[in-house]
Design a protein around this ligand. Structure first.
Ligand SMILES: C[S@@+](CC[C@H](N)C(=O)[O-])C[C@H]1O[C@@H](n2cnc3c(N)ncnc32)[C@H](O)[C@@H]1O
Length: 223
């Protein structure tokens, strides 16, 4: 996976040089490629704005998003995290599902400069509505912050994720039950996934970037 982690910071190589997406810092480095010195531009990836960046900085190591991956992203919002995955899958494609029309407008503008983003205005609770738009994917990311997020994630995995490919779900304890101890909520959500045949590959707390959030990297395979 082409990400750059150095001294507590994470960055991706900018697919649309010169353009920022959410006010992030751009940095350039001189590199020698095929005996030629070229300038390469990176975008710093803010872990306080993106749970995926937080999970990677907190040590998630079993996720390897390759440059030609097809990705299904649920809860794309305005595209902060989508944009960094777009940098990583420069030969692939992201199906970015979002159900808010207002947010979708910004996401669509982002896709104008990034041909590997396919925005889909739809409700991730009804994946059959985009069955004819989305192919089987190599990675599924779910960040919807909804009470039924595990069920929604599993429904989408069952329809769209390739066998033995990985999915990542971010669990926001307070979206599921504000009155319960977050540890208990995480255990219950994990149990739901395991009982449906998912294997938990990594569990990563997202503090200090996000309070009471857990990232679960899972695999659904033949075992
Ligand atoms: C926490 S925000 C996502 C932030 C985004 N993943 C990022 O890192 O840039 C959650 C998003 O999920 C969207 N959402 C919530 N429920 C949804 C559903 N059932 N279908 C599609 N989008 C949903 C919300 O509108 C919101 O934009």
């Amino acid at each position: 996976m082409e990400i750059y982690i150095k001294e507590g910071q994470i960055a991706t190589k900018n697919l649309s040089p010169g353009l920022k997406v959410y006010g992030e810092e751009l940095i350039t480095e001189n590199m020698v490629i095929n005996d030629e010195e070229v300038e390469v531009e990176y975008r710093l990836w803010n872990p306080y704005r993106s749970k995926l960046a937080g999970a990677l900085l907190n040590g998630m190591s079993k996720l390897n998003i390759k440059n030609d991956y097809k990705v299904l992203y649920l809860g794309a919002s305005t595209g902060t995290t989508v944009s960094h995955i777009s940098d990583i899958v420069y030969n692939g494609l992201i199906y970015a599902v979002e159900f808010s029309p207002v947010t979708m407008r910004k996401l669509t503008r982002l896709a104008d400069n990034r041909p590997n983003i396919a925005p889909i205005l739809s409700n991730a609770n009804k994946p059959k509505n985009y069955l004819n738009l989305v192919e089987k994917v190599d990675f599924l990311y779910c960040d919807v912050a909804q009470p039924n997020q595990s069920e929604l994630f599993m429904d989408n995995v069952n329809l769209f994720l390739k066998e033995e490919a990985k999915g990542l779900i971010t669990i926001k304890a307070r979206s599921i039950d504000v009155s319960k101890n977050p540890k208990k909520v995480f255990k219950e959500e994990e149990k739901k996934l395991v009982s449906e045949g998912f294997r938990i590959l990594e569990r990563i707390k997202l503090e200090p970037y996000e309070k009471d959030h857990l990232g679960l990297l899972v695999e659904k395979g033949l075992y």
